[in-house]
Design a protein around this ligand. Structure first.
Ligand SMILES: Cc1cc2nc3c(=O)[nH]c(=O)nc-3n(C[C@H](O)[C@H](O)[C@H](O)COP(=O)(O)O)c2cc1C
Length: 218
């Protein structure tokens, strides 16, 4: 792949407002998109995310009522992903989950688990001051948006459209996730939704500031 092809994908990607209801993304292509989320970087490598793929029509219908910026996409997208972010019971420096993750996923030897755990504690308590639940959630959510960006770019590279979305009531949507989707909202919060599918119309030309207005060299 050359630079022009990559930039073409970035130009192809736009916030697609409506999708072709007659076209479903092949399973293999959607797995490819999810794989790019899985391979995304995260702070200390702790992967503070979970991706909820909502294909059930009734469940999509329930989300609609609290999602003003999402309705048309819920109705027409081939795939809808809700980006869930881990909350403090999973992400606090002293969470059992962090211990489990270092040992079982990262396969760190015991002395490294101790050292890394200490660094993580200092990072949260002072370096980044993540001392309340909201700060910790927002820190974890920032990482989830990296996965979001990667999924959208990957989709564009294989000719699939997408739309990132925050146009919903966060608290009410979490209540729906708790009551109808069986999500443990003490452990997970909703950060974004993202729709994938195929456009029905061509997008308007992109508006962006020139690079010299957003980059400073010293
Ligand atoms: C975090 C985030 C939230 C967004 N929320 C919505 C949304 O709820 N509904 C929508 O139609 N577009 C949404 N957008 C799309 C933006 O409006 C769009 O990306 C921006 O206007 C730039 O246009 P482009 O993506 O077509 O280049 C969102 C984008 C981002 C990054």
């Amino acid at each position: 792949m050359n630079k022009e092809q990559l930039l073409n994908a970035f130009n192809f990607r736009h916030a697609c407002k409506e999708f072709d209801v007659n076209r479903l993304i092949p399973e293999e292509d959607f797995e490819f998109i999810l794989e790019t989320a899985r391979l995304s970087p995260s702070s200390f490598g702790f992967e503070p995310w979970h991706f909820l793929v909502v294909q059930d029509k009734n469940l999509r219908e329930q989300l609609r009522s609290k999602a003003w910026g999402v309705t048309k996409k819920l109705d027409t997208a081939s795939h809808i992903v809700i980006g869930l972010t881990m909350k403090s019971p999973l992400m606090r420096w002293d969470a059992e989950y962090i211990q489990y993750f270092m040992r079982e996923i990262q396969k760190l030897p015991e002395e490294v688990v101790k050292g890394k755990g200490k660094f993580f504690e200092t990072f949260q308590k002072s370096d980044f001051d993540l001392t309340d639940d909201r700060k910790l959630f927002d820190w974890a959510a920032k990482q989830n948006y990296i996965a979001l960006g990667n999924m959208m770019t990957a989709a564009a590279l294989i000719g699939i459209d997408s739309c990132p979305m925050e146009g919903f009531e966060q608290k009410e949507t979490e209540a729906i996730l708790r009551n109808s989707f069986g999500i443990d909202t003490d452990k997970f919060g909703v950060s974004y939704m993202v729709a994938f599918g195929y456009r029905v119309m061509e997008p308007k030309a992109k508006t962006r500031r020139p690079l010299n207005q957003m980059v400073t060299w010293k």
